[in-house]
Ligand binder design. Structure first.
Ligand code: TYD
Length: 333
């Protein structure tokens, strides 16, 4: 029985990872440390999981030190993740993504944790017009969010080099799937269309993202836990690239609507044109994704159709409505 501390296990990627892990390794003892922020809505994905839940902040040194005792493995998902929110106000991003990561690293090191996985992001590399980023590409983050993740990511490197603390960093492409918070493009667009609202496409819709189903991200982390080398970095990518206009058309078609539902809006400042990863290093460990994008999108749309009350409850909250207003009001082109 392995003792695993998951941070951010009530968020989108963390909750899907807990569900995935619980189904495959039901005898492992999982602890989920989550602050229950606005984005901790993953209970829908967590429905049947047996997991010890601790409400708390990864910046809380005392709590983190207490929880770390006897832990063998840490998988650190907890983060502020939404680029547009980091453009509105970046302070909480620095606190959680940098100081929170440092607090966890320090407590884990002191308690001789034998594996620490930091869930980073492809956004640390910045944008690439052609070709792909490898794990050796320079970090050139362009949003406050990406800069905060890059800082946490580099801190992990320093713990390996300085203390030989066995940390592994993963940098994954854009995730989608069940129970993703409806501020991210796919669930925002699916739910808007279901409510007969238009979908706000930034700029020309020419920006390209590489997409992975959240369960394939979970299996990649599983593979890294099993076979990854301490001190190493692994890109997690599918090669499934789409520009935002193509993506929007697929979502619209899946909901049986037409392109008149697209509302072009002003672009995001500093909007990265393209993310694309070379994930051959991880594939050499024996991992490959299972779900192709069209099938994954079909399943995801089904999930949002079957869980209307989950996302409606979120969208009705005052804090969500004021975020959306601040983000989109007056930006139509
Ligand atoms: P997002 O889901 O915010 O992920 P990220 O910025 O981390 O890649 O956005 C994905 C892409 O969709 C990105 O290029 C921005 C674009 N986008 C829109 O066009 N409209 C929107 O309302 C949102 C939220 C994103």
């Amino acid at each position: 029985m392995a003792k695993i501390l998951i941070t951010g296990g009530s968020g989108f990627i963390g909750s899907n990872f807990i569900r995935y892990w619980g189904e495959k390794y039901p005898n492992d003892a999982l602890t989920n440390l989550d602050r229950l922020t606005y984005a901790s809505q993953g209970s829908a994905a967590l429905k049947k999981s047996k997991v010890r839940f601790v409400k708390g902040d990864i910046c809380d040194k005392k709590l983190v030190e207490k929880l770390m005792k006897g832990m063998e493995t840490v998988v650190h998902f907890a983060a502020e993740t939404h680029v547009d929110r980091s453009i509105q106000d970046s302070q909480i991003f620095l606190k959680t993504n940098v100081l929170g990561t440092q607090t966890l690293l320090e407590a884990a090191r002191k308690n001789n944790v034998s594996k620490f996985i930091f869930i980073s992001t492809d956004e640390v590399y910045g944008s690439i017009d052609k070709g792909t980023f490898s794990e050796y590409s320079p970090l050139r983050p362009n949003s406050p969010y990406a800069a905060s993740k890059a800082s946490g990511d580099l801190l992990c490197r320093s713990y390996w080099v300085t203390y030989k603390f066995p940390v592994i960093v993963t940098r994954c492409c854009n995730n989608y799937g069940p129970a993703q918070f409806p501020e991210k493009v796919i669930p925002l667009f699916i739910s808007n269309l279901m409510e007969d609202k238009k979908v706000p496409l930034y700029g020309k819709g020419a920006n390209v993202r590489e997409w992975i189903h959240v369960d394939d991200h979970a299996s990649a982390v599983e593979q890294v836990l099993a076979k990854g080398e301490p001190g190493e970095i692994y890109n997690i990518g599918t090669g499934e690239e789409l520009n935002n206009r193509e993506l929007t058309k697929k979502i619209i078609a899946a909901l049986g609507k037409d392109e008149s539902w697209i509302e072009p809006v002003q672009d995001r400042p500093g909007h990265d044109l393209r993310y694309a990863l070379d994930s051959s290093k991880l594939r050499a460990l024996g991992w490959k994704p299972k779900t192709n994008f069209d099938e994954g999108l079909r399943q995801t749309v089904e999930w949002y159709k079957n869980n209307v009350s989950w996302w409606k409850k979120i969208k009705q909250k005052g804090a969500y409505k004021s975020y959306i207003k601040k983000q989109y009001a007056g930006r139509s082109k």
